[in-house]
Design a protein around this ligand. Structure first.
Ligand code: GLY
Length: 378
């Protein structure tokens, strides 16, 4: 069992535990007497490791609530339902809310726990790669409101985040790619040699997948082949997941409330949110991972235009992402994205904090108006 801590000064705010299976989770829960489980309604059926966890929690007599984990259900009403359920089940100030699911589930359960009786303790078992390397680490909780993503929320740290690689075995390719893009984002922010290792592994996964599809003459995407390919290489993912969690834990320890360095974790996201909001409006298909990958390429191009990154950096990044099957053609022009970027909830005095990579492992925060960014990229 590996442990990574999030600190405030010397104080441990939150623990990230990297371990296999159910037993280690039981150990993590030993000190908590009253555990209340909030679980993604799909996870128990689709994910054998999460099912084993729910069985163990049943045996311990922990009450459980299933929630729908969709962007539509990620709203105040669900949070109120969770709080009402906690009340009905006698949850007191010493309760621990344990969320099992992806980022939507952990965000909602964490938010409910931070409101219920002025705040009770909570912990996470993230079941997607995206939640393991990003959403379930660092204490951001929240729901969508008034048409904006994560408009209501808190920053409050979970007691622990339990990273168990086995829960990823049944992760669909699309969800894996969303997490893979966030993992690469993390290593572009802080490298330590992990970026090249991650790209190499993702390239191997992509090559294995293409080969499996070709050999069975399935010309299109096939989820069964994906599962086989992923389970064969899952153990190679574990050190990279732990490394990404460590980078994020370090950033959050230094800037929990996002007044400076933590902004870097938004690399690629100003463009990605604009792309996702255009896709939503036009009923186009656009996965989060693909939007983030495109967003990072735009950020790299902007960095080059400003003379911060060497010429060719954006093209090299583009090649890496493409070889990992993370890149799609952007169906929108930069001018189309401008309006959505102007509405960025993180904009201050008309300027958006663009996160610009100067090289792998070296990013900076640069405030620009959207018009300035569009003119540079245009
Ligand atoms: N997902 C970005 C952050 O936690 O700050």
């Amino acid at each position: 069992m590996d442990q990574i801590n999030i600190y405030s000064g010397e104080e441990v705010l939150s623990r990230i535990v990297v371990a296999d299976g159910v037993e280690a989770l039981e150990e993590c829960l030993e000190q908590y007497r009253n555990v209340f489980v909030v679980m993604d309604s799909n996870v128990a059926m689709k994910c054998p490791a999460a099912y084993d966890m729910s069985q163990m929690l049943n045996r311990r007599g922990a009450p459980g609530m299933l929630v729908e984990a969709s962007e539509e259900a990620k709203c105040m009403e669900t949070v109120m339902d969770i709080c009402g359920w906690l009340l009905d089940n006698g949850a007191d100030r010493d309760a621990l809310v344990l969320a099992i699911g992806g980022g939507v589930t952990t965000d909602m359960a964490g938010f409910a726990a931070s409101l219920y009786k002025r705040g009770v303790r909570f912990a996470y078992v993230p079941t997607t790669l995206l939640a393991q390397v990003d959403a379930a680490i660092g204490g951001k909780t929240g729901v969508n409101a008034w048409g904006y993503k994560n408009m209501l929320g808190t920053i409050r740290q979970p007691e622990f985040t339990y990273l168990c690689p086995q829960v990823l075995e049944s992760l669909p390719m699309q969800d894996f790619q969303s997490g893979a893009a966030e993992m690469l984002k993390t290593f572009i922010i802080e490298d330590g040699g992990h970026y090249a290792r991650a790209v190499a592994l993702l390239q191997d996964l992509a090559a294995d997948f293409v080969k499996a599809c070709e050999s069975s003459s399935t010309l299109s995407y096939n989820e069964e082949h994906w599962s086989e390919v992923l389970s064969r290489r899952l153990s190679q993912m574990t050190p990279l997941i732990a490394a990404a969690a460590k980078v994020k834990a370090g950033v959050v320890s230094r800037d929990q409330y996002e007044t400076g360095e933590r902004r870097k974790l938004n690399l690629g996201h100003t463009f990605a949110h604009a792309i996702e909001s255009l896709a939503h409006r036009q009923h186009d298909e656009m996965d989060h991972g693909h939007a983030v990958a495109l967003g990072m390429v735009y950020a790299a191009q902007l960095s080059e235009k400003l003379g911060m990154a060497e010429e060719g950096f954006a093209a090299a990044l583009e090649r890496d992402l493409d070889s990992c099957l993370l890149l799609v053609i952007c169906p929108y022009g930069v001018k189309d994205m401008a309006e959505a970027m102007r509405k960025d909830k993180k904009a201050e005095e008309g300027k958006v904090h663009f996160i610009l990579p100067r090289a792998i492992g070296d990013v900076t925060v640069h405030a620009l108006t959207v018009d300035e960014a569009v003119a540079l990229l245009g």
